[in-house]
Write a protein that binds this ligand. Structure first.
Ligand code: GDP
Ligand code: MG
Length: 324
């Protein structure tokens, strides 16, 4: 292992923020040499990871995720928690506009020296949560952060991805008209451990209360994600701070219930297994794409498919070597 990587691992383990930022950048890189170094770095610090409460916060653009995380994050940090925020924003990948917006909405949090905030480009993965997010969580833990918030923009798929790298998922909603609530995918509702209807203030207070009631009714119809915890629906205002204490309390109680019942460890074990399969699949695909025999077979298969002599499915089976 290069000396630089060992030094970086040691600096991360000492909790140095600059080093953590560099380590996350390395983990996000897609260059082969960086991937190799990131792998070595992660292997170095793996023993120190795993200790944080990993909270996913997801919601559609504009529901108030950044405002909410600023408010909740300050509460958690005031209580002495060491907080890291990993914000994955697909819209920020190109322009950086959303990141600038978030910097102003998370102004107080950004100023706190003990809080680590990291806006990450979404990358190629739909919804923006990918392998690098998972690694970034582990690196934050290795650096001593005991609470890691992963913020994702809800587009249906990203909640699933967020749930795959966190212990519990907080779904943030804005006050909606009834038929809009129908549009929230059942699968997303099934994943939520805590639902917070934000903007329960001023003109939108009544709508927020109604939305929460409808949400509770909807949750009664979906399969509970866990036996140890029943999803709770609350209203809050990230602006005024109203009921944020109740949301924070629900998150902490949920985490405790999951940990004590063994559900937390089961979720993490399932996540590890899923990740292992998906990385192995990626490796096999890389290998197949470089394979000379496969490359030689490809033109024949394509001709056969084009001529209607073979289906794409059958050709794929042949290419992968699982069908004769
Ligand atoms: N009335 C009200 N507006 C809010 C609240 N939280 C956020 N907002 C506003 O909603 C807009 C989107 O907030 P932002 O945090 O950027 O949402 P994000 O896109 O989900 O990160 C901003 O104009 C906020 O000022 C709230 O609790 N009440
Ligand atoms: Mg935001």
């Amino acid at each position: 292992m290069p000396a630089g990587i060992a030094a970086l691992a040691a600096a991360v383990a000492r909790g140095e923020r600059r080093a953590l930022a560099r380590a996350v950048t390395l983990a996000e890189s897609t260059r082969d040499v960086d991937r190799e170094h990131a792998g070595q770095l992660l292997a170095c610090v793996a023993g120190r990871a795993g200790g944080a409460l990993r909270l996913g916060v997801s919601g559609a653009p504009g529901v108030g995720k950044s405002t909410f995380i600023e408010a909740l994050g300050n509460r958690l940090a005031d209580r002495g928690r060491k907080l890291a925020v990993l914000a994955v924003d697909p819209s920020s990948a190109a322009a950086g506009g959303a990141i600038l917006g978030d910097k102003t909405r998370m102004a107080a949090l950004t100023r706190r020296a003990e809080v680590f905030i990291r806006p990450s480009p979404a990358g190629a993965v739909l919804g923006g949560v990918g392998r690098h997010t998972c690694d970034a969580v582990l690196l934050c833990e290795a650096a001593g952060y005991d609470t890691v918030i992963v913020e994702t923009v809800g587009v249906g798929q990203s909640e699933v991805a967020a749930a795959a790298v966190t212990d519990l998922l907080l779904l943030l909603l804005s006050p909606l008209a009834g038929d809009e609530l129908q549009g929230i995918k059942r699968g997303v509702m099934e994943l939520a451990d805590v639902v917070a209807v934000n903007k329960a203030d001023g003109e939108t207070l009544t709508a927020a209360t109604l939305t929460a009631a409808e949400c509770r009714a909807a949750l009664n119809l979906v399969r509970p994600r866990s036996r140890a915890w029943r999803a709770e629906v609350l209203t809050c205002s990230a602006h005024s701070g109203e009921s944020l204490a109740a949301v924070e309390d629900a998150v902490l109680r949920c985490h405790k219930a999951l940990a004590e019942s063994g559900e937390l460890e089961r979720r993490r074990a399932a996540q590890r297994e899923e990740r292992l399969w998906s990385e192995a699949a990626q490796r096999l695909l890389d290998k197949l794409r470089r394979d000379k025999k496969a490359a030689g077979l490809m033109p024949k298969l394509l001709r056969a498919v084009a001529a209607g002599d073979m289906t794409v499915t059958a050709a794929a089976g042949k290419l992968a070597g699982v069908e004769k």
